[in-house]
Design a protein around this ligand. Structure first.
Ligand code: NZQ
Ligand code: ZN
Length: 393
């Protein structure tokens, strides 16, 4: 286990009826709130009205900015930054999923940048994580998936140039996240499944490390993976059952609040490779991960086959003779793909209608900016990335 520091100050307010606490929590940090939201699901399921009422009860002023799309656009981030400056907003509240939260994070630090700096060119494209300050940010989460509610990350898409890039900084951790699993009842099945796929990916990216002797993290990650594998199909079968929604929602937060990769180095190549897919073809992030994770596993597993055997036996209960390690790993990958299929995820590029003509372009695009290689378990270069896309055809 490597040395580490861990700090995550995001207050998690979890459970039934918690949306009424948004106003009180927000009032600890600001008076004039940018209420940032997506394409309108919150107006249909009552979240918009509940959050507005709570903010008004607390005597707060509200400036609304809706219209965040999945794979959120830089153009709306720029609009939000200008709006915050014009209206002298002092708090940003994200009400929605990872896309809304990530857009809100970009606005929150963009609004504090000096005029000489640009949120996209100087931070996302440079992978510059030295974000000095940001407006305080709160979250009302409506979909368990990205883990952005208490993560350090924000992922934004420059739709004009087809680039999707991330920043990571403790400055971007929310002050609080209100999480009522009942808000998930209105999720389309496909979005529930995409969320489960993303949560599982966050656990797997942390699991596949070359750092040894970090058993506690292994065991915690395995428990979380098994929890997703058990509860995602149940949430799909019984969309209004609180307990399955609650399991997924809490696991989604734990999976990405950085607790589970302390003392080790995770991988994240699959995420980086996926971001090219969703930037170019605008598919859901979780769907892209379901397509690419098995391909990545087949490509890199020889680096440490024993780690993959451990994953196969402890997470997927593969019970084949230990003399056949390759067979054990392949069986685990097949079970992973069967899980994705069962919850309605695509498992090949063809399933998602993605042609093979731009695989080289996407592989090269993944290196635009300040990147020399992707991943850590095995360092990947352009040729490797192209081969992984090909394995996913
Ligand atoms: O826009 P609305 O109308 O709200 O609809 C959304 C959207 O169409 C809908 N939805 C959300 N909650 C709902 C609902 N529909 C009905 N009822 C509800 N309760 O779901 C759709 C998807 O929303 P989105 O926010 O895009 O989903 P998700 O949370 O999966 O976020 C995906 C984004 O997060 C990034 C991804 O790359 C992607 O851009 N990620 C961010 C991370 C981070 N900041 O730490 C880490 C992740 O790995 C990920 O990369
Ligand atoms: Zn993800």
């Amino acid at each position: 286990m490597q040395n580490f520091s861990y700090w995550n100050p995001s207050r998690i307010i979890f459970g039934k009826g918690t949306m009424s606490e948004v106003g009180k929590e927000t009032a600890k940090w600001g008076r004039k709130v940018l209420f940032h939201f997506g394409g309108g699901s919150i107006k249909k399921n009552g979240v918009f009205d509940a959050v507005t009422a709570s903010l008004k009860d607390a005597g707060l002023q509200i400036v609304y900015l809706g219209g965040v799309v999945p794979n959120p656009h830089l153009s709306l981030v720029r609009e939000g930054i200008a709006l915050c400056k014009k209206e002298h907003v002092d708090f940003v509240l994200a009400v929605g999923g990872g896309s809304v939260i990530d857009s809100a994070k970009a606005i929150a630090f963009g609004a504090k940048l000096p005029a000489s700096q640009d949120v996209w060119n100087d931070y996302y494209m440079k992978a510059d994580y030295t974000i000095a300050e940001a407006l305080p940010l709160g979250v009302v989460l409506t979909i368990p998936a990205a883990g952005s509610e208490s993560s350090t990350g924000s992922v934004i898409t420059d739709a004009e140039h087809g680039l999707k890039r991330a920043v990571n900084s403790e400055t971007l951790i929310s002050k609080f996240a209100v999480m009522d699993p009942q808000t998930n009842y209105s999720l389309p099945a496909y979005q529930t499944a995409c969320g489960a796929s993303d949560i599982l990916a966050h656990l797997q990216e942390r699991y596949f490390t070359t750092v040894e002797h970090n058993d506690l993290s292994d065991r915690l990650l395995e428990a979380c993976m098994r929890n997703v594998i058990t509860n995602a199909p149940l949430a799909l079968q019984y969309p209004d059952e609180y307990r399955y929604r609650a399991e997924l929602m809490w696991t989604g937060t734990i999976a990405h609040n950085n607790l589970l990769d302390r003392g080790r180095v995770g991988d994240w190549a699959t995420h980086d490779i996926e971001h090219e897919l969703s930037a170019l073809y605008d598919i859901a992030h979780g769907a892209g991960l379901a397509i690419l994770f098995p391909a990545w596993m087949r490509y890199v597993h020889k680096v440490d086959i024993d780690r993959f055997v451990q994953y196969a036996t402890r997470v997927w209960n593969v019970d084949l003779p230990l003399s056949d390690k390759e067979g054990i790993v392949e069986e685990a990958i097949l079970r992973l793909q069967a899980f994705y299929k069962r919850i309605g995820m695509p498992t090949t590029l063809a399933d998602a209608g993605i042609p093979e003509d731009k695989l080289r372009f996407m592989a090269e695009n993944a290196f635009v900016g300040e990147r020399t290689y992707l991943g850590n378990f095995q360092k990947l270069y352009v040729g490797d990335v192209e081969k992984i896309y090909r394995l996913a055809l």
